[in-house]
Design a protein around this ligand. Structure first.
Ligand SMILES: NC(=O)c1ccc[n+]([C@@H]2O[C@H](COP(=O)([O-])OP(=O)(O)OC[C@H]3O[C@@H](n4cnc5c(N)ncnc54)[C@H](OP(=O)(O)O)[C@@H]3O)[C@@H](O)[C@H]2O)c1
Length: 301
């Protein structure tokens, strides 16, 4: 296992408004805390009022600044649209949007709209929340969108004719391996979405940048629905994990560093731009995913 991302020289974020999804634990919590510590006004989107309030208090104790908490189950498109309305009612500008909330599920489950849950949470929430909040990000002088993806995207099983794995339901019968492929596909969608959004923004001369990242293999609540099995498997595979502090570095880098001002459509690992997989770089798949996502979000856009 190679070294984690380097520690970052802190960038002053005073006066900037930054929103982080899934900010009550793991990488999202540290990202929100680090942005607060740099002086930003931080908005957290969490699904649990209790966990969200606890995290907000923890961040306030560490930084002296209390983030504003918004609540939504981001797998539910209606709640994504509603929380975006709440944010828009209180803010005219968003300097940074960090799409971070995600999950890995041990069996086939569906969202409120009847979509496979990994697809709904890990991809559609990024797509729909960004769609609704983009006008706010465009109102910032140099707005940034950051999408937490994963190197797991390289092991994906992309078939946009079967986005909910109905024809490949057998994958869910081998929870760790099969569900890992389902998860990996959702993270591939994060990279495809990032690249297509960057292309569209450039085409219309927008100053907003959007980049995706792999945080590393990070010791977080991730895979908690598997009990101890997930961590056991990670150890058996020899995956050495890093702390959430180290895991959040690339997110914070993309959200704050002047080094990436103007850089868009990239995929980063350890604060360096790297090539995502060949499928992730396929513009035809990216365009198809965009059209599919618009169709699935119809009624919520
Ligand atoms: N950990 C790793 O090794 C690793 C590697 C590559 C990529 N990633 C990515 O990193 C991101 C953050 O994961 P993490 O490792 O920090 O895991 P984590 O500690 O489990 O954090 C995930 C966050 O997402 C939130 N979330 C989950 N389902 C949600 C929903 N339906 N609505 C709203 N929020 C929801 C969780 O809230 P609750 O506490 O309420 O569940 C939590 O705040 C994910 O996108 C993941 O795919 C992680």
């Amino acid at each position: 296992m190679s070294a984690p991302a380097p520690a970052l020289p802190p960038q002053d974020m005073t006066g900037k408004v930054c929103l982080v999804t899934g900010a009550n634990s793991g990488i999202g919590l540290v990202t929100a805390r680090e942005l607060c510590a740099r002086g930003a006004e931080v908005l957290m989107v969490c699904r649990s009022a209790e966990k969200g309030a606890e995290a907000a208090a923890e961040i306030e104790a560490a930084t002296g600044r209390r983030p504003r908490l918004y609540l939504a189950d981001l797998s539910d498109l209606a709640q994504v649209a509603r929380v975006a309305r709440e944010v828009k009612a209180e803010h005219a500008r968003l300097d940074v949007l960090v799409n971070n909330a995600g999950g890995h599920f041990p069996r086939y489950m569906e969202s409120a709209q009847g979509y496979e849950l990994t697809f709904a949470l890990n991809h559609l929430s990024y797509f729909l929340l960004t769609h609704h909040l983009l006008p706010l990000v465009e109102a910032a002088p140099a707005g940034r969108v950051v999408c937490v993806a994963s190197r797991a995207h390289e092991k994906s099983a992309l078939d946009l004719d079967d986005p909910f794995f109905k024809r490949r339901a057998r994958l869910f019968q081998t929870p760790l391996v099969g569900a890992f492929l389902v998860y990996g596909t959702s993270k591939l969608l994060n990279v495809l979405f990032t690249r297509e959004l960057a292309r569209r923004l450039k085409a219309r001369g927008s100053a907003v940048t959007v980049n995706a990242l792999h945080p590393g293999v990070v010791r977080t609540g991730f895979g908690k629905d598997y009990g101890g099995l997930f961590n056991l498997a990670a150890r058996a595979l020899g995956l050495v994990s890093i702390s959430p502090e180290q895991g959040a570095r690339t997110s914070v880098y993309l959200a704050t560093s002047p080094e990436v001002a103007g850089v868009s459509g990239g995929y980063f690992d350890k604060c360096r731009e790297v090539q995502p997989s060949a499928t992730a770089r396929d513009p035809a798949q990216a365009a198809r995913l965009w059209a599919l996502s618009e169709g699935l979000c119809e009624g919520f856009m």
